[in-house]
Each structure stands twice: as structure tokens, then as C-alpha cells.
Design a protein around this ligand. Sequence first.
Ligand SMILES: [Zn+2]
Ligand SMILES: [Zn+2]
Length: 305
Amino acid sequence: MTKQLTTTGNTNLAAMLNIVADRWVILLLRELYLGSSSWSQFVEVLDISPAILNKRLRLLIDTGCLIKEAAPGKRETRYILTQSGKDLYPFMAAAREWQIRWDKRKGAFVSPFVHDCGAPLRTYSACHACQKPLTAHEIAFAPGDSIIPNSEESRHFRLSSNTGADRRSPEASIGKFIQVMGDRRATLIISSLGNGALKFDDIGKATRLHPAIITERLRKLQLLGLCQQRLYQERPDRFLYSLTTSAQDLFETATHLRQWAQKWLKNTHDANPGTHLPCQQELVAVLKCQSCHNTVDYDSIQPIF
Ligand SMILES: [Zn+2]
Ligand SMILES: [Zn+2]
């Protein structure tokens, strides 16, 4: 099946990645879910400049995920998750599960949560219609699911640098999920590969990124084990690029993002939610606990320290 990228109108996934495909936003959400709510709590674990922290908090407020609660007296201003912010939890939990599954290096921090049933949190996504666990190869997407944003709706801020940020994880082992999903350009390349652009020039056309950036990000994705290359022509050497199983598994987090955007973001369209092939129903994912198989949401988990 050949897939084409559309560039007219923001799909809800594109709109969503404009918000969360940023290292700082992912780290801030993680801290909020762990119970942090104040400036001093954020800077205790994130090596973040005041200007950047301010911008990201503002973005989460503008997106409707946070409200600012001015505190009387000497207490610090608190940042409180709204229902919309809490609804992003399945995305972050699916991301956390991806991190556990695909980053075998030691030392990358994984948020310690326990589910209502008492088991340490491990999750999987199931089809809402048939309740079967979702796998990448049992889902079909029709053409048109672009994550390239409209040019007039560019990002609020410059892309994250690759410098250290997370005091919970030493620099050498910052979570693989954050390295991938916190890098908007890497997500563009993963999306274009998933849409069938397998040659270097096709990736350029699909993503509109500079060739030097594409080279650098393809190398990064190969080092992280998300992308592989195969020589298909010699002199000059040309390669076909493809996604590995771990990259295909990112569909799960993307599905939760898309569903969040469908519920909470205005002025986006659901280009293509996908079909769950075993039941032929439209893809709607629910996050489940591996231990009790009940639904996992923000209200059914607790951080443990
Ligand atoms: Zn199904
Ligand atoms: Zn459970």
C-alpha cells in the first residue's frame, strides 16, 4: 500500500506533535504526573533555564493542560493539571512502557507508578471494540495521515537542543523515548518512513527538511535502533531506509496522542484514525494494566517513591 502525505490542514496528530514533540514538554509532563506542581520542584530535577521553563509552562497552559493557581502569602504559584492534562496520561504511560520495552541500557529513569490493583504499573493498549491487544501489524492506515504542520502554524519555540536536561537520568542514559519523541525532526522522519518514503530524496520531499538534518537524524535513529538501511545501488551508493520493530511500536503512543487531540484540540481533523484489522472497526485504543487488565488512567495510578 502506497501512502501519500497531505500538506493541507493540520491533522490532529501533527497538531499534537507540535506540542509534545519537545524534550522539555515531555519531561515537564512526567514531573507533573509524579506530583510536582511548583517552579522549585521542576528546577530541582530539570536542568532548565527560567526562560525555557516559562515558555513550556505557558504552552501547556495555552493548550489547556495546566492552570496556574496563584497562592496567597509566601507560598509558590502552583501549576495544576486540568482534565485535559490528566487525559494525556495514557500517552505518557504508553511512552513509559515503550521505554521499558526498547531501552535496555541501564540508568534511564522510568517513572515509578503503581496501579489501583496494587501491581507496579505495566501497560498495553487494547482495541476498544474487540478488547484484543493492539499490535503494529494488525492496524491499517489509509493515505493522508501527515504530521507535517501548515507553514503558517509553525512552532512556538525553537527545537530542543540535545544537551543534558534530566537530573533523574544521567546524560549518557537519558531515556530513549525522550531522545526520539522529544525531537520533532526525528518524528517527522519516522512518520515519512512509515508513510512509505524510503529513499533519501523521498524523505526530503516528504519532510521538507535540509539534507544535512536528514542525514544527521537518520544516523541518530540508526544508533537508537529505530531505523535500518540497505544498500540498493552502488557507485554512487544509495540506501533504502526502513523502520525497525521498535519504531513501528511507536504507533501506540501516536494513537493515544491522536485520540487526545480529537477530544481536546479544536481546528484539527482526524485524517485517518486507522482500522483494527481483526475486528475491522475504527482504531480506538484503551490503555490497560498488564496485571488486572482494567483501564489505566491518571485517576487509577499513584507514584511510588
Ligand atoms: Zn478490534
Ligand atoms: Zn492493575
